[in-house]
Ligand binder design. Sequence first.
Ligand code: NAD
Ligand code: TYD
Length: 350
Amino acid sequence: MKTILITGGAGFIGSHVVRRFVKKYPEYKIINLDKLTYAGNLANLHDIENSPNYEFIRVDIVDAEVIAGIFNKYRFDGIIHLAAESHVDRSISNPMEFILTNIVGTVNLLNAARTIWENNLANKVFYHISTDEVYGSLGETGYFFETSSYDPRSPYSASKASSDHLVRAYFHTYKLPIIISNCSNNYGPYQFPEKLIPLSINNIRNNNTIPIYGKGENIRDWLYVEDHANAIDLLFHKGRVGETYNIGGNNEWKNIDLIRKLCEIMDQKLGRAEGTSAQLITFVKDRAGHDIRYAINAEKIQKELGWNPSLQFEKGIEKTVEWYLANEEWLENVTSGEYQKYYEKQYIKR
Ligand code: NAD
Ligand code: TYD
C-alpha cells in the first residue's frame, strides 16, 4: 500500500483531488495535510471523511519541525502539493502570508521529502501544483508555453514563481524527483466565494452588486476543476520526472462577457425575467497591476498523455450554477464563517 500526501486538500482544487484519489485508489492511503485557513473547509470532504484509506492532519506547512516529524512518521511514497495562499487581491493587501506559505512552506516540504527519500528515489514523486500566472500578462495575441519566461506581477504570482524555481532547483541540485504543472483559472463546486465566479453567483443570488474591476476587459482561460483533477491524476502517475506541464481549457473569456453569460443562466435558474441579474453589474476601481490576459498552450500534456478538457464551458458553468444553488447552505456557511466550527465539532473529541 502506498502512502500519498496531498497538501491543501481542504481547499477548492485540493478537495476534488483528495476525493478522486480516495475513491479511485483504495490501494493508496491518502493523507491530507491542511492548516484550515479561511479557504480550507472540511465540509468539502464530508462524503469521504470516514473512508478507511483517508486521514486528515491539521498542520501549517510553514512549521518545519512539525513537517519533518510527519514525514518521518508516514514515509510518503508520493506528494501532491496544493497548499497555498491563492487569492491575488489578498496578496496585494497582505503579501507576507504568501511568502511564508507559498515559498517557505514549499521549501519545508522539499527538505522533508529529501530527508526521507535520500537513499531511495526510485518511484517517488514530488508533484508541485502551480499557476499560469507565473508567466505574467499577455497582450491580445500569443500563448504561455512551458518554455515561456517567468514574469510574475502580483505578490501571489511572484510567490508561486519562487516556489516553482525552488522545486526545479531541488531537481537539478539534489535529483529530487519533481513534476510541476501550471494551470489556468479553475471554476466549479467548492470554490471559495472570493473568486470571480462563485462571488458573482453568491451576489446575484442575494441581489447584491457584481463588482467588475476596471472595464471588465481582462481575459482569463477557464477550466472546469474536475478536468484539472484529472490532469493531476495523469501527471502524478505518468508525467515525466523533472518536467513542467501547462494545463488549460482553451477557453478564453473577457470578464464582462463571462459575467453576462452567468447572469443569463442565473435569470433562467432563478426564474427571473431576462436581463434582471445583469442590472447588478457594477464597474469598480481596477485591481492594482491587473494582468490583462492569460492563455495557455496545453499541447504538451495533450500529446504526451492524451489529456483534454472534457466539458464545454457552457455546460460547465451551468453545472456550476446548479451546484451552488443546490448547496446554498454551504454558501451560507462559508460566507458567515460558520464552517470554521466544523473542525472542532468533527475532529476535536471532547
Ligand atoms: P484554495 O485557497 O481554495 O485552497 C488552499 C488550501 O491550502 C486551503 O485548504 C488552505 O487551508 C490550505 N493552506 C493555506 N495555507 C496553508 C499552510 N500554511 N499550511 C497548510 N495548508 C495551508 O486554493 P485552490 O484554488 O484550491 O488552489 C490550490 C492550488 O492550485 C494552489 O497552489 C494554487 O496556486 C493552484 N492553482 C489554483 C488555480 C485556481 O484557479 N484556483 C489555478 C491554477 C493553480
Ligand atoms: P479571480 O477569480 O480573483 O482570479 P485571478 O485573479 O487569479 O485570475 O479573478 C478573475 C478575474 O476577474 C480577474 O481578471 C479579476 C476579475 N475580478 C473582478 O472583476 N471582480 C471581482 O470581484 C473579482 C474577485 C475578480
